[in-house]
Design a protein around this ligand. Structure first.
Ligand SMILES: Nc1ncnc2c1ncn2[C@@H]1O[C@H](COP(=O)(O)OP(=O)(O)OP(=O)(O)O)[C@@H](O)[C@H]1O
Ligand SMILES: [Mg+2]
Length: 298
């Protein structure tokens, strides 16, 4: 018999016998019941798809993606029809000069902003077709975000920052603690659990952000210039960490960067210029480029 957790008194309530209020504290249980039903439906759909061998090859697809910003009566076309297919488990770097549209593309793929026209598919689902609740679910469960400026909550410790997304996903206190500690240990911060962001170095803050992005075991991590504010060595550590996640957990990593160190770890590099894809390099071309760079160093 499925149960739901009361958002107020945190009691587990038997979903088979509840009406829509908690028998203990009379809190409204409808959101929790809906959420539980959605999770089960989603799990059923993905299990069925897996059984049928239908797991989509592409985890992200964009089609004719256009984003216009209107500012003071002028229209600025930040994306001019981007078509990009990203395979499950790929490590993709998006490179391009400042202002070329990288963050704009991220915001569309991450469901943080809406395109002017065109479509983003996540697991072959058209994002524009999702209602607010489904979109929030997708952002919370399927996608992890890492930003250039870390975006940690200053009054919260590392541990609290990492557990926060799990609260939204409805995890229990024990689950949250166990997973957050595990994640912080994975990023090498097992001894900094109770430090607040201003008590951590930039690299350590970004590692907390990496741990936070993984809180709800997302299938996709969107990392917008994750090494932009870090020195060379610390940046390399973050990149290695992302690559390790990608290799060991199969997380699809999509990272925007100016950072040439990213080249070495990427399966493909998407070069974007002035709102459009200029070219896409795959692994064999990347190897050639690394050879050239190394040759130039000798
Ligand atoms: N909210 C906004 N309103 C108006 N124009 C915007 C907005 N956001 C972005 N732009 C414009 O869209 C273009 C693309 O910006 P975007 O932030 O995507 O670039 P970027 O490639 O991420 O650059 P950077 O490497 O500097 O982060 C820029 O010309 C920018 O000025
Ligand atoms: Mg940007």
């Amino acid at each position: 018999m499925p149960t739901v957790k009361c958002p107020e008194c945190k009691e587990e309530v038997d979903a088979g016998v509840v009406a829509t209020v908690c028998p203990n504290c009379k809190a409204d249980l409808r959101p929790a019941i809906e959420e539980e039903a959605r999770i089960r439906k989603d799990e059923d759909v993905s299990r069925k798809a897996e059984e049928d061998g239908l797991v989509a090859e592409f985890i992200v697809r964009t089609k004719d993606l256009v984003k216009e910003f209107v500012l003071g009566g002028t229209v600025l076309r930040a994306l001019k029809g981007v078509k990009l297919d990203i395979r499950r488990g790929e490590y993709i770097s998006i490179m391009g000069p400042s202002g070329s549209g990288k963050t704009t593309l991220f915001n569309m793929v991450g469901g943080l902003d809406k395109p002017t026209s065109g479509t983003v598919y996540i697991d072959e689902v058209d994002m524009a077709q999702l209602d607010a609740y489904e979109l929030a679910w997708l952002r919370c469960r399927k996608i992890g975000y890492i930003f250039q400026t870390f975006n940690l909550i200053p009054v919260m410790t590392a541990l609290e920052n990492v557990t926060l997304p799990m609260i939204f996903a409805g995890a229990t206190q024990d689950e949250m603690m166990e997973r957050a500690i595990h994640l912080l240990e994975t990023v090498g911060l097992g001894d900094r659990l109770h430090h607040k962001p201003n008590e951590l170095s930039g690299g350590q803050q970004q590692r907390v952000a990496v741990a936070r992005s993984l809180a709800n075991a997302p299938a996709i991590v969107l990392a917008d210039e994750p090494t932009g504010n870090l020195d060379l060595r610390t940046g390399k550590e973050i990149i290695d960490l992302l690559r390790q996640l990608n290799a060991e957990e199969g997380v699809t990593i999509i990272s925007a960067t100016h950072d040439l160190k990213m080249i070495d770890v990427s399966d493909r590099i998407v070069h974007i210029r002035d709102g459009a894809i200029e070219r896409i390099e795959d692994r064999s071309e990347i190897d050639l480029e690394i050879g050239r760079l190394e040759g130039a160093e000798d």
